[in-house]
Design a protein around this ligand. Structure first.
Ligand code: NAY
Length: 289
């Protein structure tokens, strides 16, 4: 069975400090209501690249503690600061995370050898497995099939979180590396990734839309492609409405509608306006309630 992971959000207070109880509530919701297979902690959805090292550690710790072994956990430790990435990886492993993930180093257009060295250094001396976080649209780093092959030579690198709509590369990855894990990361294109043999999906919108996504996966596995299309169609109306309303703050606003105190997003992300609040209420009523 393909797995479904929510990309965990980080709840903030209005002054942009971390809101611990908000993170705990979202973890609980994912476990108790979504019955989620796992949580991806500290990724883009977690707004992690805007956090200090200590705040990133705090988020891993809260998520680990609240999950209490009831779901798989993956800590995203990638950073353009390799010293920080190594420190975060060590910290996550010491907490008990069995799997980490890392976005390639970004901004400076590093060479492939530098990227490979970054992954090997993060993993050096740690008893942990790693999933590459491939998200070219945000990181600016596109890895080719040959480059994935070289990274996969490190036996601790067990797969990729593939947030990319290059389906030719996805198919070639699946064919070339049947034993590596591939988690798809564009929730609105899940329908296109399912037939390519993904092991599961990791996404922000599953925090709220897990039941529909799970039903889509079940329909796919039962061979009911009409149902798969219908479910993806509703999901996409929901996802596009969220994107139009400013996705990260709006996911939290919809959580608030459901009584889950998800807090705010961190500046420079927006604080909710009256219009965003009204938009989120409408999304909740139309797609979740
Ligand atoms: C992450 O690290 O949190 C993710 O990459 C999760 C994947 C999400 N991508 C981003 C950039 O947020 O769930 C997707 C995405 O929000 C969704 O498909 C809507 O576009």
């Amino acid at each position: 069975m393909k797995k479904l992971y929510s990309a965990l959000m980080t709840a903030f207070n209005e002054d942009d400090t971390i809101n611990e109880s908000g993170i705990r509530e979202m973890v609980r919701y994912n476990i108790d209501h979504n019955h989620i297979d796992g949580l991806y902690v500290g990724g883009s959805t977690g707004e992690s690249f805007m956090l200090s090292t200590e705040e990133r550690k705090q988020a891993y710790k809260i998520a680990y503690d609240e999950t209490a072994g009831k779901a798989d956990l993956i800590a995203q430790v990638g950073s353009v600061n390799l010293t920080e990435a190594k420190e975060l990886a060590k910290y996550a492993v010491e907490l008990g995370y069995k799997t980490i993930s890392a976005v390639p180093p970004f901004y400076y257009h590093f060479t492939f050898d530098q990227i490979k060295n970054y992954y090997d250094q993060i993993l050096e001396g740690l008893d942990v497995q790693l999933i590459i976080y491939s998200i070219p649209a945000l990181s600016g780093v596109t890895l080719s099939l040959t480059e994935f092959a070289k990274l996969f030579e490190n036996p601790k690198i067990i797969g990729v979180k593939y947030t990319n709509n290059d389906f030719l590369l996805l198919q070639r990855l699946r064919s070339a590396f049947p034993d590596k894990k591939i988690y798809f990361g564009t929730d609105e294109m899940l329908i296109s990734a399912l037939p390519l043999g993904i092991d599961g999906a990791i996404g922000s919108t599953f925090n709220l839309n897990a039941a529909r996504a799970k039903a889509e996966i079940a329909a796919y596995e039962a061979g009911d492609m009409k149902k798969v299309f219908e479910l993806q169609d509703v999901s996409n109306k929901f996802i596009l409405a969220l994107i139009d309303n400013d996705i990260y703050p709006s996911l939290k606003l919809v959580f608030e509608e459901m009584g889950v105190h998800a807090g705010y997003s961190k500046a420079p992300m927006s604080k909710p306006t009256a219009q965003m609040r009204a938009g989120a209420k409408k999304i909740y009523e139309q797609y979740i309630k």
